[in-house]
Design a binder for this molecule. Structure first.
Ligand SMILES: Cc1cc2nc3c(=O)[nH]c(=O)nc-3n(C[C@H](O)[C@H](O)[C@H](O)COP(=O)(O)OP(=O)(O)OC[C@H]3O[C@@H](n4cnc5c(N)ncnc54)[C@H](O)[C@@H]3O)c2cc1C
Length: 369
C-alpha cells in the first residue's frame, strides 16, 4: 500500500484509500469527472474524496493518511515555440518535474526561470503558491494555465492576471480547501526570453545571489544580467548549502522546504522588533496602513530556536534543519506529529519573543499546526 511517507519530501504520513498515478491528461480528466467538487463546508470539514498530488514537496499529511483517492499527476512533456524576436512560449505538462523544466530552458538559452532552480515538485504545482526564490517568482514569466474546473466541470484557461498572484499565493491556492482544489492544473505556459547569441540571465534581484555572482545590486537592472548557466549553478550551490535541494542522504532536506511564510504585518506592529531585523515594504492594508514583510528565518533564529532546535522534544526524530532555521526536518523515523511538535515550539518562541504569529507554508492535511 502506498503511503505519503513514501511519496512526500518530508517522508511522513499514512496511506490513502486509493492511489491513482495518472500518466496522461485523459486519465486525469476521467478521474476528475468521477470526483465532483464537494461543497465548501464539506471540503472545510475534510470531506472530500480527492487529493491532487504533484511531487509531495509542499504537503504534510497526518499519520492516519487520507481517506479518499489520491490523484498523482505524472504525465510530462515540454515544448517551445518562438513568438517574436526575443520571446519564446514554453508549454509544460503538469506532471513534468519543475527543475527539469529549468534545466531544459537554461540549456536552450531561454531566460526567466533560472533563479528558480532546484525547487522540487511538479510544474502543475508551481502556480499554486506562486513559487519563488532568490528574487524571482513564477508569476513574472507565467503566461497562462490550462486547468480542469471541478465546480463547472469544464476545461478552462486562466491568464496570469486571472490567477491573482500574490506572495506565496494565487487564486488556485485560495480556491483549495483542506488540500482539495477547485482547479486542477494540467498545463502551464511561460513566456521566456531568448536573445540569440547571448545566453544572458534575467536581471538578478537578490542581494546575496548578486554578490556571489560578482554583480553590484545597486546598478540598474539591465546591468545585472549575467551568464544564464552561471546563475543556475550558483543558485543550486547556495540552495545546497542551506539544505534546500532534496538529497535522500541528507536529513536536512527531508522537509517541505520553508515551513513558515515570511509574515506581512502593519509597520506599526513591527516597530518594537530590533532595527537589525530585515524588513521590506509590502504595500498597504485596506485601512491604508503601510505593511512590512519580515524574515521568518531571522525571527526564529533570534527567538532562541536556532539550527537543530527541537531535537530534544522529539527524541531526536525531528528538528529544525542544521543548515537553515526555516525548514522543519525529519531526522529519519519521524511522524507527522513529531514535525508539528517542532514547528509549534518554533512558532510559540517567535510569538513569545516578538508577538508575531508565523503561518505555515505547506498544505496540512488531516492535521493542524
Ligand atoms: C527542499 C525544498 C525546498 C523548497 N524550496 C522552495 C522555494 O524555494 N520556493 C518555494 O516557493 N517553494 C519551495 N518548496 C516547496 C515546494 O517545492 C513547492 O511549493 C512546489 O511547487 C510544490 O510542488 P509539488 O508538486 O511537490 O506539490 P505538492 O506538494 O504535491 O502539492 C502542493 C499543493 O499543490 C496542489 N497541487 C499540486 N499539483 C496540482 C495541480 N496540478 N493542480 C492543482 N493543484 C495542485 C496540491 O493539491 C497541494 O495542495 C521547497 C520544498 C522543499 C522540500
Amino acid at each position: 500500500m502506498k503511503t505519503f511517507a513514501q511519496n512526500t519530501t518530508a517522508r511522513v504520513g499514512g496511506p490513502a484509500g486509493e492511489w491513482i498515478t495518472a500518466s496522461s491528461d485523459q486519465l486525469v480528466l476521467a478521474v476528475l469527472r468521477e470526483h465532483h467538487l464537494p461543497s465548501d463546508e464539506d471540503r472545510a470539514a475534510g470531506r472530500d474524496t480527492l487529493l491532487v498530488l504533484g511531487g509531495g514537496s509542499n504537503l504534510l499529511v497526518s499519520q492516519d493518511g487520507f481517506d479518499g483517492t489520491v490523484l498523482q499527476l505524472a504525465f510530462s512533456g515540454i515544448s517551445a515555440e518562438p513568438v517574436d524576436e526575443d520571446g519564446v512560449i514554453v508549454t509544460v505538462a503538469a506532471g513534468h518535474l519543475w527543475d527539469d523544466v529549468v534545466a531544459w530552458t537554461v540549456e536552450r538559452g531561454l531566460s526567466g526561470v533560472e533563479a528558480l532552480s532546484g525547487i522540487p515538485g511538479a510544474t502543475g504545482a508551481v502556480p499554486v503558491q506562486n513559487v519563488g526564490a532568490y528574487g524571482a517568482e513564477v508569476s513574472q514569466t507565467l503566461l497562462d494555465i490550462t486547468a480542469w474546473d471541478r465546480l463547472e466541470d469544464e476545461r478552462v484557461v486562466l491568464t496570469n492576471e486571472e490567477l491573482e498572484f500574490g506572495y506565496r499565493d494565487s487564486l488556485l491556492k485560495r480556491e483549495t480547501i483542506a488540500g482539495s482544489p477547485r482547479y486542477v492544473v494540467v498545463e502551464v505556459r511561460f513566456r521566456l526570453s531568448h536573445a540569440p547569441g547571448r545566453a544572458l540571465s534575467a536581471p538578478v534581484r537578490y542581494a546575496e545571489l548578486a554578490r556571489q555572482l560578482g554583480l553590484d545590486i545597486s546598478l540598474p537592472e539591465e546591468q545585472r544580467r549575467t551568464d544564464l548557466l552561471a546563475v543556475r549553478q550558483k543558485v543550486l550551490e547556495l540552495r545546497g548549502s542551506k539544505g534546500m535541494v532534496v538529497d535522500p542522504d541528507d536529513y536536512d532536506t527531508w522537509s517541505t522546504g520553508s515551513f513558515f511564510t515570511n509574515p506581512i504585518v502593519p509597520a506599526s506592529s513591527a516597530e518594537h522588533i530590533p532595527a537589525e531585523a530585515p524588513r521590506f515594504p509590502a504595500g498597504d492594508n485596506e485601512e491604508g496602513e503601510p505593511l512590512v514583510k519580515l524574515s521568518a528565518a531571522w525571527l526564529i533564529d533570534n527567538a532562541g530556536a536556532g539550527r537543530g532546535f527541537g531535537a530534544d522534544l522529539t527524541a531526536g526524530k525531528a528538528s529544525l534543519s542544521t543548515k537553515h532555521t526555516l525548514a522543519v526536518t525529519n531526522r529519519g523515523g519521524a511522524s507527522t506529529e513529531d514535525l508539528l511538535t517542532v514547528a509549534r515550539a518554533a512558532r510559540d518562541k517567535v510569538k513569545d519573543a516578538f508577538g508575531i504569529e508565523l503561518r505555515p507554508e505547506p498544505v496540512l492535511i488531516g492535521c493542524q499546526l
